[in-house]
Design a protein around this ligand. Sequence first.
Ligand SMILES: [Zn+2]
Length: 325
Amino acid sequence: MPRAKRPRPVVSRVIAPLLLFVACVPPAQQPTREPILPEDPPGPTYNSRVVALRTTLGRAAIRLEMRGEVETVKTPGCYDTGKPYGCAICPLVGESDPLDGAVLESLVTAFDRYPNGVIEATHIDKVALCKDIIYLDPKGRKVAGTIDIEERRLLISLDAFLDRDYEWASQWYTTEHIVHHELFHLFEHERMRAEFDDDPEWRLSNPLGFIYTDTAAATRPAGFVNEYATTNEIEDRASVFEMIMSAPDELCTIARDDQIVRTKVELVWRRVAALVGDEFMRARAPCVDWIERRSEPRTTGIVGGAWIRSGIGITRQQWLRPPAR
Ligand SMILES: [Zn+2]
C-alpha cells in the first residue's frame, strides 16, 4: 500500500491530492544529527548505524537491502500488469549517498519500539532503503513507503531525507512514521486478510454518508486524523496507527474533540493490543485511557481482556492467530 508523501511547505498544489497532514511532534527519542555529506567519506558513524539497523532487523530475521550487487528492486506489478497495486521502482540507497546518520537512527528507533517477537508477526523478510520510490501508474504517485506483500518486502523512500540534515521540526514526517504506517498494513494483511479491503466494523465508525475517494480531502475533515486517511479505509486505519506510534500527543489533541476519531483509535488500539500487548499500547499513547472512558457505549468492547463481539467485529482470536500457510 503506497503511503503518500507529505508536503514540504514549498511544494506546489500539483501533488496536493496525495499529500498528508499536519506537522509532526518529535519522536520521543530525538535522533542526533550527524550529517554524512559528500565530502565526508563513509566513516565508522555511518557504518555503525548501518550495523545497528541490520542488527535490529536481524533479531526479527529481516534482511536490510541497500545498494550492492543489486541496484534496484521492483514490485511484481513491474513484471506482470495483472498484479494489484501497480509497479513501484526502488533505486537502493548506497553508502556513497549523502545520508544523515540520524535517518538510520530513527529507523532503528522505529523497529526497536516493538516488543520482541511482534515484528515477526508481519511475516516480513526484507526492508529496502530506497533513494526514491517511483510509482508507474497513471496518477504518477510519489510515495514515501510501500509494501510488497508477495516478496515480503517493506520499501522506504529516503528521498525527503537525502543530502540534508535530518530535522524533524522542518519535515512533515519522519522515517519512523513511514515504518509504523507500513508495518500496520502488514499486521492487518496477516491477521484480518478477509476484512482488509472491506471492514464492516470500521465502515460503521465513519460519519454518516461518508464515502472514501481516491483524491484526499484538501483539509482534514472531522472524523479523520489527516487528509490522506480519507482516500480509503486501509489508509485510514494505517494513519490512525501511525499517529498512535509516532505522534500520540497530536492524535490525542484531535481525539479530544472528535468522537469518531476516538472510536477509530479505540478500534485500532484494541486490535493491535491483542498482538503487541495492552501495556505497550497504553504506554505509547496514554490518552487511550480517557478515550476508552469517553467513548460511546458500544456493542463491541473489552471486558476482562476478552472482546465482546457485536456480530460484525474482528475477534481477538483472529488477531492472535497467524494465518495458515
Ligand atoms: Zn498506506
